[in-house]
Every structure is written in structure tokens, then in C-alpha cells.
Design a protein around this ligand. Sequence first.
Ligand code: NAP
Length: 478
Amino acid sequence: MMLTEKRKKMFLGGRWVEKDEVIHVYDPQDNAIITTVPKASEADILAAIEAAEEGVKIAGNMPVHERISIINKAADYVEEHRAIFAETIAREGSKTITEARGEVVRCINTLRLSAEEARRIIGETISFDQMPGHENRVGYYYRFPIGIIAAITPFNDPLNLVAHKVGPAIASGNAIIVKPASLTPLSGLLLAEAFEAAGLPEKVLSVVTGSGREIGDILVTHPSIRMVSFTGGMETGEKIAKKAGLKKLSMELGSNSPAIVLQDANIDDAVSSCVAGAFGAVGQNCIGVQRIFIETSQFNEFVRKFVKETKKYKTGNKKDETTDMGPLISKREAIRVEEWVNEALEENAILLTGGKRDDAFYTPTVLMNVAADARIATEEIFGPVVLLFEVENLTEAIEKANQVNYGLQAGIFTKDINLAFQAIQQLEVGGIMVNDSSDYRIDSMPFGGVKGSGLGREGVIYTIQEMTEPKVVHFNLG
Ligand code: NAP
């Protein structure tokens, strides 16, 4: 493992580069400085783009069997060094060591899926003779790589969300420049190391560390960049979309996901699924459960059991194997969450448990009686806070669930297939989980949202489709 020596460097077109200007990387648990990474300048981004301009030719000419072999070797590398990958995720971010190990397993799977899907990038024949006068013509389309991809990633899954862009990009013959979140750049750099060790030709991949606000514009507006693949907050996504111009956009943004619990639901299952979905990764999860709508006849029992389960959640040291929940990503974020909760409490919300902050830690918090138009009910809290609402029936639950400018995923708990189908048809989201919370995902399913939750879909083969374009070929046989 070489990262210890390379840690102060970024991966620019296949070379490890150091800079005088640096970004400090902190452990949010105790504010200890872990290390520094270079603070890239605009000139560094231009150098990465220049390298990618050559890299894209190399990547496009790489036979599919070589792409498969390289991605699988990168997955082997992550697997072999999984302990250090997990420690890095747990150290630079919010996740407990147990959650971090889970992310490493998912990253290996994402890479292996990418290798597998590389052989399935297929086209179709086209019946040109469906139009009178077009007889004696044959043809087909195939998918070709889109070109250079700028990938910008958030802090909350610092490894797997980078793998979700790099794996499919390489599988489909593109060059890619990753700009990881400045709070958690180390996991992405480790992934670059895995691809270097796997023999990925230089210039195909860069992982450039630097401030999004300072170097983001040059990266997303440069004419050589053919696609911007962004995962992060809605505000940043909107800014990027306005600036990017005429290029492909993939926008994986946030949400304040709903779960609906109907009167026939298994309450114990609904409670345990929603508690895990609300507080996993300290609630810093784009599909985390934020709003739960419960039918009147179940409301009191659900509230009692939900609060009881929440109180069992153990907050503390991320490295401790028994800890359920670590700190938020920063003290600043914990203060913001505290402010949003206090604002709701001033407007007559009732605090059922939690609501206490200690530095970057915030206790798992359950609120009821929150006004429908409160900031905490309409925006994304991205913290360990969940709101419980009593509703008369499914129709009211769906109407309230849809009353926000987000729509990533939703959960519904019921045994009634007709009611489940009503929710499937009427909820404005990219995915519905029946008898599970919104926080359910495997890395090979289409993943993405509607409304303010984004544009396009990820999920390896779906990402590959976004990262390739169909080219039509037609023969006039005379
Ligand atoms: P963020 O503040 O939007 O930052 C995301 C990335 O954008 C970071 O790398 C950031 O760089 C960069 N950035 C910031 N300003 C930029 C600009 N003007 N131009 C270009 N890049 C810029 O998001 P976050 O706080 O890291 O992550 C949390 C958000 O991500 C939540 O809303 C969550 O729901 C969403 N998310 C969505 C998904 C999904 O798949 N739908 C998955 C995970 C997370 P710096 O770090 O240098 O500022």
C-alpha cells in the first residue's frame, strides 16, 4: 500500500503531484488533522483536461477485454486492501467502521459490475424498410464513448460514489476527471491508486483535489468536457447545470424522502426499517428517511415503538465496533441541524427524543407536529432527524409526500397490493420500496430522482448508457 507516501499528492493524468497550497483533511470526530491534499489551481485542471484529451483516445481504443481485466484488477486491489479503505472512509468521514466496511464491499461490487457490463454495451439492428421507399437498406446502431467526463462527488459515500462514476466510465471507453469532496478526498485518491496498480494507462483517469467553488467552473464549462456527472446538493447541482452549457448532464441530487405506514402494515418491521433508514450514516444519506406518514389507527403505537428503538441507537466513537452513529461531517453541519430543529420547535413542533448537540455529534432526533411548510419539512435536513405525521388515509399521505420539490425514493408499508399500486402510480419519485424504507438500494438498479432530486440515472449499466451515445450506421444496398 503506497498511499502513506502519496497521501499529500493528487493523481493528475497518471502522475502523483504535490502542491505548495494544500487542503487540510480533518477527522470530524476530534478535529485532528489526518493529512493534507493539494489544492488544485485552474492551471492544474487545464493540465488534467489536456491529459484527458489524449487519455480519451487511449481509452476508446482499449479492447473491451482489457477494460474488463483492469477494472477487475482494481476491484481485487480494493478487496486485498479493504481494511485500509474502510479505515480511510471511517477516518475522513462520518461513518462508523462497520458502515465503512459496508461501503468498501459495495465499491468492490460496483467495480465488478462495471467490468461485467463492459461486455454488454450493445446496439440493435434497425428495420429501415418500415418506411415505403426505404427497401434495400440495412443498418444498426452501436454505442460509442461520450468523451471526457468531469465527475464531481460529495462527502457522504466518499468511495462508492466515486466508483459509480469511474467504473462505468472506464468500462465504456471514456476518460474521466474526478473532483472529490474537499472534506473527504482520501478515499477517491485510494481508488486512483487501485486503478494505477491495475495497469490503467496514464491520462485516462485523474483525481484532482481542490475547492469546488474555485476550480469547479473551469472543469464544468471547458468545451473538451462532454459530460458532467455530478452527485451532491441541489443548490450546487443547479449552479453547475446553469453554467455547463451544451454538454450531457447527470445530476444525482438530494431529497427528504418519505415513508408511508398504512393501518395493515407490520409495525415492528416498519419501525426497524425506518429507524435504520433515518439514522444510518448519521442521516447524511440522499435516500435517508426524513418524513414518515402514518395512518391514524397505527399512529400512537408507531410513535411509541419508533421512539423506543431510536433511544437504543448508540452514538459515539466511530472506531468502536458497537457504535451505531458517529459525528456529522463537521461541527458546522451539526450546528445547522440544531438550528433547523430549534426553528421547528419554536413553531410548535414536539420533540419526542434527541435534540442534543455536542461538538459535531447530534443525537438521533424524532419530531412530531411539524408544520407542513416548515423548512425542516420541505428541505433536505441531511442529518439524524426524522418527522412523524399522522394521516387519515393513503391519499392524504401521497398528497403530503409529493408536496416538496424533491423525489428520489419512497417507502410504503402495507399488505394491500391495491394500495401499494396506488402509491407506485402516484408518488413522484424515481424509486418505490414496498415494505421497505426509502433507504434501500443495490448498486445495479436504476437510481436517480425526479423534480429537484436530479436528472438521469446511475446504477452501472444505466450510468454506462448515460456515458455513451448511439451512433447509427446505414447501408444503401441499391
Ligand atoms: P455539495 O456541497 O453540493 O458538494 C458536492 C461536490 O460539489 C463537492 O465535491 C464540492 O466541492 C463540489 N462543488 C461545490 N461547489 C461547486 C461549484 N460551484 N462548482 C463545481 N463543484 C462544486 O454536497 P455535499 O454536502 O458534499 O453532499 C451532500 C449532498 O449530496 C446532499 O444533498 C445529498 O443528498 C447529495 N447526495 C446525492 C446522492 C444521489 O445519488 N442522489 C448521493 C449522495 C449524496 P468542495 O467539497 O470542494 O466544496
